[in-house]
Design a protein around this ligand. Structure first.
Ligand code: XIL
Length: 304
């Protein structure tokens, strides 16, 4: 019998999972993590509010436990996330001057990336900068308000300078179906960056699915269209509400979509077990609350 990580590796890809540092002491959690996965994302502990809770005060203690676990297990790391409107400390949201915010943003990116330099395969440099709905507009945030549209490009340039070897990703959700305003807006930004030489290497698709937002029929078309711009694509936070056959089929569909696109380098599911999922009531993951592999697990493994 094989595992998700080994099966993905045989396809030249990784199979990752979001990890909560506080669970690493639970033997059944860690056994499943270590057995099945070969890439790790910190579910919360690499976010701005955790790493720089007050101005200039960086605390890597919890974040480093995840990096150390990955290192010991020979797992890759995805860095999530440098600049995001959410889980952002109040002191940043309350900055009033563009010059100060620009300096603070660049300092955060540089300090965090240099701390983990050489250890992180891919970074979510900017997360969720576009609004939902039909406008295709940028989401309101302190970065957008004070710095204008140029803030995303500035973040990527700063990130490239901090760790030139890391794969730099733009990450978002509701960008899975091709013909929506949000997908098109992100696509246009990436196309513009590529054409002007702004350093972007990858687009991350969070892929949080439920009955109102199912896996699109032609998901691979969206992934391939982005890849055709010259960037890698990654499924970064996969979870799918449901159970049984229907959930398993949707998981198989996402797996097939990634395999159909040569530039799709890997899949990360957003948690090890349903019981600790941020959407636990949706039972959206591959292992149940007792760490038994679900139908969805077998469907992914057979598809890989
Ligand atoms: C979620 C975590 O899973 C929760 O534990 C936390 O309370 C909120 O954030 N998009 C992202 C992730 O980029 O960072 C979010 O993670 C889920 C949505």
């Amino acid at each position: 019998q094989t595992t998700l990580g080994d099966a993905a590796a045989a396809q030249g890809r990784y199979f990752g999972v979001a990890v909560a540092a506080g669970r690493l002491g639970e033997p059944d959690y860690t056994a499943t993590l270590n057995r099945e996965f070969n890439s790790v994302t910190a579910e919360n502990s690499w976010k701005w509010e955790s790493l720089q809770p007050s101005p200039g005060y960086f605390d890597f203690s919890t974040a480093d436990r995840i990096a150390e676990h990955a290192r010991q297990q020979g797992m890759e790391l995805r860095g999530h996330t440098l600049v995001w409107h959410s889980q952002l400390p109040g002191w940043v949201e309350n900055i009033g001057s563009a010059d100060e915010l620009r300096a603070v943003m660049n300092n955060h990116i540089t300090t965090v990336m240099e701390h983990y330099k050489g250890q992180v395969r891919s970074w979510d440099v900017v997360n969720e900068a576009f609004a939902d709905g039909g406008s295709g507009a940028r989401r309101d945030s302190v970065f957008q308000r004070l710095l204008g549209d140029g803030w995303i490009e500035e973040a990527f340039r700063t990130a490239r300078a901090a760790d030139p070897d890391a794969t730099l990703c733009y990450n978002d959700y509701n960008t899975d179906a091709w013909n929506t305003a949000k997908t098109q807006a992100v696509y246009n930004m990436v196309a513009d960056f590529v054409s002007r030489g702004v350093p972007i290497d990858c687009v991350g698709f969070q892929a949080h699915f439920n009955s109102g937002n199912p896996v699109p029929e032609n998901y691979h078309v969206t992934l391939q269209n982005f890849a055709d711009l010259g960037v890698e694509v990654q499924i970064t936070e996969l979870d799918i509400a449901g159970w049984g056959d229907s959930q398993a089929q949707q998981y198989a569909g996402v797996t097939l979509a990634c395999l159909a696109v040569p530039q799709c380098s890997g899949i990360t599911v957003w948690g090890v077990t349903d019981k600790y999922s941020w959407r636990a009531e949706d039972t959206p993951l591959l292992f149940d609350g007792d760490y038994n592999p679900k139908q969805a697990y077998h469907a992914v493994l057979e598809t890989l």
